[in-house]
Design a protein. Structure first.
Length: 295
């Protein structure tokens, strides 16, 4: 029976657990640094899924044919370092973290040095609604071999990119400058436009230069993603800024997005809201932003 270990049991880790079980994989172990907090999302997910938390990352990966690392961006290398002591020779180590090419290379060295097979993976869309069928871009010298078995783990949308570790990460993080940057731009624009009472006019004007769409709904969706996942997104954008800087480009946009995403994470309690204007008003109120005409 195939055993799968999950390092990180947040949103993505839970999707892996649920979808792998649906495919008949019942031997699943899990480790998350947040297991020490019974109220954490990881602990709640473990209870919901009926998974007994492992005592350590090394314990979780022992005997696993596939290890999925889905932690926050800053923990890419620490996760690999903590897992390799228990890693079986030849085990796949599927590194899904939104970390810089440099950090991916460091993690790969740890895993391959311990006899595992490191596979860099970049999730090129939100995990929902396609879940494990979402587009995963694979990279590294073991990517082609893993691509041949990926569908057996439900990853039917996986494609093999470069055999060089770091290329998939660069693809993901340069994309993130746009996607997370749009979240930050639309949030900042709506917070200010609502103050002046011109938010609907701003939204309506976007279709003059961008494809026709429900931009109010898009703005609300992007803003809600920042509120819900701003802390994780800020870490990812720090990695994006490092990636941009390593290319010799000053990461002004990526660095600014870090700050807006981190700021947004403070106001998660504003969710849910029935409309974009209501969401903006809730954030403004929570943040203590003054009304028009106030000093």
């Amino acid at each position: 029976m195939t055993r799968v270990a999950l390092i990180g049991l947040g949103e993505v880790g839970r999707v892996f657990a649920e979808d792998l079980r649906a495919l008949g994989v019942t031997d699943i172990s899990a480790w998350d640094l947040a297991f020490g907090d019974d109220a954490s999302r990881a602990s709640r997910n473990a209870r919901d899924l009926g998974l007994a938390p492992a005592g350590s990352a090394a314990e979780a990966v022992a005997g696993a044919a596939l290890v999925v690392s889905a932690v926050t961006a800053m923990n890419c290398v620490p996760a690999a370092s903590s897992a390799v002591a228990g890693l079986d020779g030849g085990a796949w180590y599927f590194d899904l973290n939104s970390s810089s090419p440099g950090h991916k290379s460091e993690a790969a060295g740890l895993v391959d040095g311990a006899g595992g097979r490191y596979v860099e993976a970049a999730l090129m869309s939100p995990i929902e609604p396609r879940r494990l069928a979402a587009p995963f871009l694979l990279g590294g010298p073991h990517a082609a071999a893993f691509g041949e078995v990926a569908a057996g783990f439900g990853m039917v949308g996986a494609t093999v990119g470069s055999d060089e570790v770091g290329v998939a990460a660069a693809t993901k993080l340069c994309r993130s400058v746009v996607v997370k940057g749009l979240e930050a731009l639309l949030s900042e624009s709506m917070l200010a436009a609502r103050h002046y009472g011109v938010d609907r006019e701003v939204i309506a004007s976007l279709s003059n230069i961008l494809p026709e769409a429900d931009w109010e709904a898009i703005a609300g969706y992007f803003m809600s993603r920042s509120l819900e996942h701003g802390g994780r997104r800020a870490e990812e954008m720090e990695e994006a800024a490092a990636t941009v800087a390593e290319a010799g480009v000053t990461p002004w946009m990526a660095s600014a997005t870090v700050e807006r995403q981190r700021w947004a994470a403070q106001w998660r309690d504003a969710l849910p809201a029935a409309s974009t204007p209501e969401l903006v008003d809730r954030v403004r109120l929570a943040a203590g932003l003054r009304e028009e005409g106030q000093t």
